[in-house]
Design a binder for this molecule. Structure first.
Ligand code: ZN
Length: 135
């Protein structure tokens, strides 16, 4: 079952500049900053009411964020939905013919298991599925 939009991901060049600008804009600093080595990204998370915004910058040239910015410039990169059982959803959607950027669930930022539906399979939108890791 799909629950809600968990966050919106935005690709940026300079995360420290973004932290400065959006701290002013939202009136609060990011609540979390974290590197995801597998994806070669640094992330910063802001909260506005119940809505989370994730900013991502590349830490290496092979990062999907580096490639995205090279092609399209900075901007909205993905929409993340919280799901109840990410492994079930991955299996169900693969059976439905959806392509994923990786064929398995991995550990993402902000204490989440994640997987991404390739934009080719979702009308140009990179869709993230995520599930909170239970501690
Ligand atoms: Zn995300």
């Amino acid at each position: 079952m799909w629950k809600n939009v968990e966050h919106i991901g935005i690709a940026v060049r300079d995360l420290s500049h973004v932290n400065e600008v959006y701290s002013k804009l939202f009136g609060e600093p990011p609540y979390k900053s974290e590197a995801v080595e597998l994806e070669q990204v640094d992330t910063s998370f802001f909260k506005v009411g119940n809505t989370k915004i994730e900013f991502l910058s590349a830490t290496g040239p092979e990062s999907a964020i580096a490639k995205f910015i090279e092609k399209r410039g900075e901007g909205i990169h993905h929409i993340a939905f919280e799901v109840e059982d990410i492994h079930n959803e991955l299996e169900r959607l693969q059976a439905e013919g959806f392509q994923f950027t990786r064929p398995e669930v991995s550990k993402g930022a902000d204490n989440k298991l994640v997987c991404f539906i390739h934009p080719k399979s979702a009308n140009g939108v990179l869709v993230e599925l995520c599930q909170e890791i239970e501690n």
